[in-house]
Structures are given as structure tokens and as C-alpha cells.
Design a protein around this ligand. Structure first.
Ligand code: UT7
Length: 322
């Protein structure tokens, strides 16, 4: 049996950091409220001329070095993003060009904060079927460009960044199972209500911003993430105590704690970056994974569960041995 296995990872964060104390000067909020309600302490913010592709290119370069491959080995690029550089060409092609490689398929997937698990699940299918021998999978976002900096209910939550993984086929166990789901009936609980075929005149302007019914999203997220995490383990005959690491989407510390509780997992088995990165949408899981690998916590052979939830709603999980 052929598995797809992670060969290397990388992350890139913009230099500029915005702390909760900085935000206290912009809106009626407090470091205490943000920390206790979300877990966020600071977030990285892309500069005016820093695009999603710029962050994705830097993360990809680090993953290529980490995997000890040459960029020419890459035969597939899949990017999860909600904040593409342009309407077209898709941002994965811009990353391809920025890396100086040509010819391989490169495409973006749009599944809000679940974008990376959707991208990883898609690339896994290419690798396991033999269509790809070396896939670059990226989650990259500049969510802060969609933010209304006068709306305290959303501007304190998000940050920017990119994470990348290199996937290769292996006879050793790698990705074991991916589960994806969506339910469009919840679309207006978390959305940016402008695009190409609706409200195009408002796109990118200050008239339209990301809108979220935070508390409603919170409730569905806790329930759905708990269900998908438990189902993934049950359907693969894995006991909760066999799991080494939970690498969750980093939207809110309280949501992560609820999922960990449902999995009976102590918080020291959860990779947390929400305090440093905020919610970076599709970028949060690959960046958290890279943090855990680089600081030595995530080791080869360990059992890892990734899980995400986002606008749509969309959700998903990836169970793997590293
Ligand atoms: O990544 C994709 C998925 N996204 C998520 O999973 C996010 C899910 N939602 C959440 O993380 C939480 O719902 C939030 C962090 C967004 C909000 O936390 P909450 O505990 O659900 O608060 P709330 O929306 O119920 O608001 C409670 C109070 C309100 O005041 P009143 O009405 O009780 O007087 C808000 O106006 O907190 C107020 N509030 C704030 N106060 C200080 C809202 N934002 C702020 C703020 N600073 N930044």
C-alpha cells in the first residue's frame, strides 16, 4: 500500500506584529477580554504590498529545504486560501512562478479556514493514486486585509501567515484518513459578502467586510469539530489514548480546549499557536504543525490528528503518522 507522507514543512509570518495592547488603542477592547475569550495575545500583519503569494512562496522555500528536495521535483501545487492575490490567475500559479518552477499543475482551493485540510486531502489523493510523486501543499492567507478595523468583534481575531508541506509517496504509513464536510445553510454566519458575481463593486473596498455571528459559529464549531475528530478515530479503530498530537485550526483557545476535552487529550498534547498567530484561516494548521516539528515536540512515527472548521460552514480532519 502506498501512503502519502510529509517529507518537510515550513512557515512564514509577516514581520509586523500587532499586540492586544495595540488594538486597545484602535477599538473599545482590552487585552484581558481578548486573551480570556479567544486566547490571542498578538498576531502578524501583512504590509500593504505583501500578498498571499509572497507569504506562500517564503513558506514553500523553507519546506523545500526542510524536505531536502529540489524545487524541480515538485509535480503538483495545491493551495488553500480565502484571500487570493487576484481573481485569476489562481494564487498557486503565482507561487509556482515565484519559486521558479514551470509546467506542473497548480491550483487553489477555497474552503475558508478549512482550506488547508481540503488542500491536503486533495493532494493526498494525487500522491496515493500515483499522479504525483512530490506535492507542495500550502495554506496562505492575508485575512487582515478583509477586516474592518473599527469592528471589535472581528478585528481582534485574525492574523496573516503561510505554512507549507511537501508530500511524497511512501510504503511507510503517512496520511491514514481524511474526512471533509460542508453545510452551506450556515453561509451568512461567517462570510465576506462580496465577490465576482455578487457585490463586485464593493469588493476590496471599505463598504464590505468580513461578518461573523461569533457566538453561533462558536457553538456549531465545538459540536462539529468534536464529532469529526471522534468519528475519524472511531472509523480507523484508534483509541483516544493512542493519539500523540492534536494540531487544530487556531480560531479560539476555548474551541480547541473543547475538542481536546472530547478526545480526552491533555492540553500538553495540543499544538497551540493561537496566542502568537491569531486566526490565520487556512494557514493555521500547517504553521502549527511546523512549529511542533521544529521545536522537537512532533516526532517521526507519532500519530497526529489535524482538524479545521470555517466559513460555509466547511470542516475536515486529517489523521496521519508523521
Ligand atoms: O475560524 C473560523 C471559525 N471561527 C470561529 O470559530 C470563531 C468562533 N467564535 C468565537 O471565537 C467567539 O464567539 C468570539 C471570540 C468571536 C466572541 O466570543 P463570545 O464569548 O462568543 O462573545 P460574544 O460575541 O457573545 O460577545 C460577548 C460580549 C458582547 O457584549 P454584551 O452584548 O455582552 O454587552 C460583545 O459586544 O463581548 C463583547 N465583545 C467585546 N468586548 C471587548 C465582543 N468583542 C469584544 C472585544 N472586546 N473585542
Amino acid at each position: 500500500m502506498i501512503y502519502s507522507r510529509i517529507e518537510g514543512s515550513g512557515r512564514h509570518l509577516p514581520e509586523k506584529i500587532l499586540t492586544n495592547h495595540d488594538l486597545e488603542k484602535l477599538v473599545d477592547t482590552s487585552d484581558e477580554w481578548i486573551k480570556t475569550r479567544t486566547g490571542v495575545e498578538r498576531r502578524h500583519i501583512a504590509s500593504k504590498d505583501q500578498a498571499t503569494s509572497d507569504l506562500g512562496i517564503e513558506a514553500a522555500k523553507k519546506a523545500i529545504i526542510d524536505a531536502n528536495i529540489s524545487k524541480e521535483d515538485i509535480d503538483l501545487i495545491v493551495l488553500g486560501t480565502t484571500t487570493p492575490d487576484y481573481v485569476f490567475p489562481n494564487t498557486a500559479t503565482l507561487i509556482q512562478e515565484g519559486l521558479g518552477i514551470h509546467g506542473c499543475p497548480a491550483f487553489s482551493l477555497e474552503a475558508a479556514c478549512s482550506g488547508f485540510v481540503y488542500a491536503l486531502s486533495t493532494a493526498d489523493k494525487f500522491v496515493r493514486s500515483g499522479s504525483s510523486k512530490c506535492a507542495l501543499v500550502i495554506g496562505a492567507e492575508v485575512m487582515t486585509k478583509l477586516i474592518d478595523w473599527e469592528d471589535r468583534s472581528t478585528c481582534v481575531l485574525f492574523g496573516d501567515g503561510a505554512g507549507a508541506l511537501i508530500l511524497k509517496p511512501s510504503e511507510e504509513q503517512g496520511i491514514i484518513d481524511c474526512k471533509l464536510g460542508a453545510d452551506g445553510k450556515y453561509k451568512d454566519l461567517l462570510w465576506y459578502p462580496a465577490g465576482v458575481s455578487k457585490n463586485f463593486d464593493k469588493l476590496g473596498g471599505n463598504l464590505t467586510n468580513l461578518e461573523m455571528s461569533g457566538n453561533d459559529v462558536f457553538k456549531v464549531a465545538v459540536k462539529t469539530l468534536g464529532n469529526v475528530a471522534e468519528d475519524t478515530l472511531n472509523q480507523n479503530n484508534i483509541n483516544k489514548d493512542e493519539l500523540d498530537w492534536l494540531v487544530p485550526h487556531q480560531a479560539n483557545l476555548r474551541i480547541i480546549q473543547a475538542t481536546a476535552k472530547r478526545l480526552e487529550l491533555p492540553m500538553n498534547k495540543v499544538i497551540l499557536t493561537v496566542h502568537d498567530h491569531g486566526n490565520t484561516s487556512s494557514a493555521s494548521i500547517p504553521m502549527a504543525f511546523d512549529v511542533g516539528v521544529k521545536d522537537g515536540r512532533i516526532q517521526r512515527g507519532q500519530l497526529i490528528l489535524m482538524e479545521a472548521f470555517g466559513g460555509g460552514f466547511t470542516w475536515g480532519s486529517v489523521l496521519m503518522r508523521y
